[in-house]
Design a protein around this ligand. Sequence first.
Ligand code: FES
Length: 328
Amino acid sequence: GGERKITVNKNNVVTITGDDTALNALTNNKIFLPSSCGGKATCGTCKFRLIGDVEPPKSTELPFLSKEEIADGVRLSCQTKVTSDIECEVPASALNSKVYDAKVVEIEDLTHDIKRVRFEMKEDFNFKPGQYLQIQVPGIETVRAYSIASDSKDLKHPEVIIRLVPGGVATKFIHKAMIVGDKIKITGPFGEFFLQEKSNRPMIMIAGGSGMAPIRSIIFKMMDLGFPRKGTYFFGARTKKDLYYTEYFLDVAKKYPNFKFIPALSAPLPEDNWELEVGLITDVVRKFTDDLSGHEAYLCGSPGMIDACIKVLKEKGMPEEYIYFDKF
Ligand code: FES
């Protein structure tokens, strides 16, 4: 028992009584670190950095921590028991996140396995284009993270784009059981992947599948700003039935001379009658870009896709610190 102080990001102090995990202690004090396994050490999203004398990581933490992180004091907050006063550092977004009451107001099929879900919030939900939110899935003790796909101007109606993952409990619930009118809890916003609004570097955006979501939000914002710098959006899919919003972004490109949209299919079917780009997205990016040393990039997709794209961008001279990505 006893009272312990947790100092967060230098100037926020929370006091807890008794021993608890740092994740629970922070959550109870409205500092929301992302967590999608409920503290079971299987998601690795609840990382934070301990400052001062830090104990070696537990075996449960090792799969999620790099050597550098371990040396730096990074640990899983759900595996850290607060038994004395501690000081820690959390992502800035954790201090701005909270739990929101939301209602499902629209569900739309975008493809055979991708849906758009629109929520209505009681309170304003402020986010930066590119960030994500977490949905508490009723019936199972877990939350799932989804990038926000909507216009950040609309503070009451965040939208997400969800692909049905075969065997995935949460996406199965969302695809098969969620209906308009459902009340759910949303936590957020989270994430350090977001549009660098002050930058004037030309943008390369690359997405595949439901990775469309944060890029859509980023492009809404760029349109609001009048698309003041160049931006090229590469979207990769397998066949035509996996494409969505194609007409929409081709239209945006007609309206904003700075914006280009390049959809590409990796395995078009004969009946697709596809006349635009064919090939892996990496090859298409390679074909349409020259020197990228002055550009910045926003990538969203599978880890494999992102790693392959980072390689191409670096080949073309893009400095690593200007490559922003969101792997899922
Ligand atoms: Fe999932 Fe800590 S909450 S690993």
